[in-house]
Write a protein that binds this ligand. Structure first.
Ligand code: AMP
Length: 607
């Protein structure tokens, strides 16, 4: 399966006909909408605080709770047994006000960081919005992280409070708590009157709290902190501000085509940016009903939810769609999916096969879209009323200018007179770049100004992805421009994995790459050089993998591991992951003139 394939006769374009669409799309003419759009106008679609400030939670909850939609179902949680519980906009306003009151009562204030480590439970939604109401900053963590990634992020983000479950606290936080002096409060959502030592019972605090009115925040004030991974160094804390809600709302309108009566389901994990931008904020700003499945993915369960909850708009991910496709059409049989009018996907390359298979499974193609933690919201998308070219990410949103920037052999943007040189010939590959200025653009990496500045060159934000654009302005993903790994939609920094592996007593050095996987897109593979005195064995391999899983969690630890007696390195000692990958996949090795260790010594290298 290949993604990012150029338009071909193998995957002919899928035309769209307005007459075939059950609901008139929000955008019927792409070019006209782009021409008419401005971010200033988009801000008018929101209410704004009475004193001129902007607060995400006010746009998502308060303004609906104060109006006609107060009684409308905001969130519908589906429990393991399939039964549902709901919160209306009015109830959500009350609960989030209470949560803000809890934080206030604990002395947590403006700009201070509140972290979450949990699955999709009602408390999570209340915590995200309640934190924003209190003018504090919300930072979600992925619950499949092991103790080390959790510790590192809480430390980097100076987390003052953490909301989690008893089980996750015991497994991942209790043993690192001493290393986190700034973490004053741990709130358990399931303490049931008996919090662990050093933790608080959130339910009890909520009962006793005074609900707080949304605190006024400025548009440019920090609201969200999302950690993402780079090729080197520590994870990066991408800073987003309250004005991001303008982009969440506008992209919910254009790219997800949200209409007020929609029943919308976003399957993203709440630990990643999609879980916040499109799992919480965007749908609530549109006043729709959002389905939240409290369980993990299961093909039958998912088809049942789509059918029984009458989901109209579904936002999911390529890995999940590939799993459904693999499970087979039998699972879809017997489920009435006639309510479903729009299916979108994000996070990794979406194979043309899957786009087309959508027609068979859901009666419509899957609409791919592209964005990343730093962009805060969807930037490139396929729309209900625009022809789909299977394998393409679509075209830039109104208000978003995207281009392909030429790169030199070192991977740096080519500049001429201070301006980035654009690749203008159709199909020419370069780095996907965006013109800064959209409201959900990250405003910095926490405490890392230089790293932030390096993301911009010649008037563009450089995304780190390689892409091409066809003659009609459709963008096609080609690959990552760096060594970062995407596994089941999760971005994994090789450096973080290598560092953990090297803490194993037998490991001298490690190099980590992503290798293709038909379902997860990529899986993590490690190459390990052993310390003197250690011999490779199957038992040692399992021991090292087990060690990494315990520290990093199963989603991040390597699934595959090979021993090697010489990792390829540059003369300056940097591991050449690019070369490890080329050898693993039997691809051309490219320029090897900077290599320090002799090429080809590593076992398994193609002759
Ligand atoms: P994250 O910051 O974790 O959301 O990851 C963002 C990265 O995921 C992007 O820079 C891409 O490498 C990849 N990605 C996201 N959406 C797509 C897509 N539609 N097609 C291909 N890659 C994607």
């Amino acid at each position: 399966m290949t993604a990012g394939t150029a338009p071909s006769t193998r995957w002919p374009a899928i035309p769209k006909d307005l007459r075939g669409l059950a609901v008139r799309p929000n955008m019927v003419d792409y070019d006209a909408s782009r021409a008419a759009f401005s971010w200033d106008e988009a801000r008018h679609a929101l209410a704004g605080l009475p004193d001129g400030g902007v607060n995400i939670a006010y746009e998502a909850v308060d303004r609906h709770a104060a109006g006609e939609r107060a009684g409308h179902e905001a969130l519908r949680f589906i429990r393991a047994d399939g039964t549902a519980r709901s919160l209306s906009y009015a109830e959500l306003a009350e609960q989030t006000g209470r949560f803000a009151g809890v934080l206030h009562g604990l002395g947590i204030g403006r700009g201070e960081r509140v972290f979450s480590l949990m699955g999709r439970s009602p408390e999570l939604y209340v915590a995200v919005l309640g934190t924003l109401k209190n003018a504090s900053v919300f930072c979600p963590l992925f619950s499949a992280f092991g103790p080390e990634p959790v510790r590192q992020r809480l430390h980097l983000g100076s987390g003052r409070a953490l909301i989690t479950t008893r089980a996750l606290y015991r497994r991942k936080v209790a043993q690192i708590r001493d290393e986190l002096p700034e973490l004053e409060h741990v709130l358990l959502i399931d303490a049931e009157g008996l919090p662990d030592p050093g933790t608080l019972d959130l339910a009890e605090l909520m009962r006793d709290a005074q609900p707080l009115e949304t605190v006024s925040t400025r548009a440019e004030e920090m609201a969200l902190l999302h950690f993402t991974s780079g090729t080197t160094g520590t994870p990066k804390g991408a800073i987003h501000v309250h004005d991001a809600v303008t982009a969440h709302h506008a992209t919910g309108f254009f790219a997800l085509d949200l209409h007020p009566d929609d029943v919308y389901w976003c399957t993203a994990d709440p630990g990643w940016v999609t879980g916040t931008s499109y799992g919480v904020i965007a749908p609530l700003t549109h006043g729709v009903t959002t389905i939240v499945d409290e369980e993990e993915m299961d093909a039958d369960r998912w088809y049942r939810i789509l059918a029984e909850q009458h989901v109209t708009v579904w936002y999911t991910a390529p890995t999940a769609l590939r799993m459904l496709m693999k499970a087979g059409a039998d699972h879809a049989a017997g489920h009435d999916l006639s309510a479903l009018r729009f299916v979108a996907s994000v996070g990794e390359p979406l194979n043309p096969e899957v786009v087309v298979w959508g027609q068979e499974a859901f009666g419509q193609p899957v609409h791919d879209n592209w964005w990343q933690t730093e962009t805060g919201g969807i930037m490139i998308s396929n729309y209900p009323a625009m022809e789909i070219r299977p394998g393409s990410m679509g075209r830039p949103l109104p208000g978003v200018e995207a281009a392909i920037v030429a790169r030199d052999p070192d991977g740096k943007a080519v500049l001429r007179n201070g301006e980035a040189v654009l690749v203008t010939e159709p199909e020419g590959v370069g780095e996907l770049a965006l013109r800064p200025g959209w409201p959900s653009m990250f405003r910095g990496y926490l405490h890392e100004d230089e790293r932030y500045r390096r993301c911009f060159a010649g008037g563009w934000y450089l995304t780190g992805d390689l892409a091409k654009m066809d003659a009609d302005g459709y963008f096609w993903f080609v690959g990552r421009g760096d060594d970062v790994i995407k596994s089941s939609g999760h971005l994994i920094g090789p450096f973080e994995v290598e560092s953990s592996l090297m803490e194993h007593e037998a490991v001298a050095e490690a190099g980590v790459i992503g290798v293709p996987d038909p379902v997860a897109g990529e899986v993590v593979k490690a190459f390990v050089e052993l310390r003197t005195g250690w011999q490779p064995s199957e038992a040692l391999k399992l021991d090292i993998i087990g060690f990494a899983r315990k520290r990093l969690g199963p989603a991040v630890a390597p699934r595959l591991l090979d021993f090697t007696d010489a990792l390829p390195k540059t003369r300056s000692g940097k591991i050449l992951r690019r070369l490890l990958k080329a050898r693993e996949l039997g691809l051309p090795e490219g320029d090897t003139s900077t290599i320090e260790s002799p090429p080809g010594r590593y076992p398994g290298a193609p002759a």
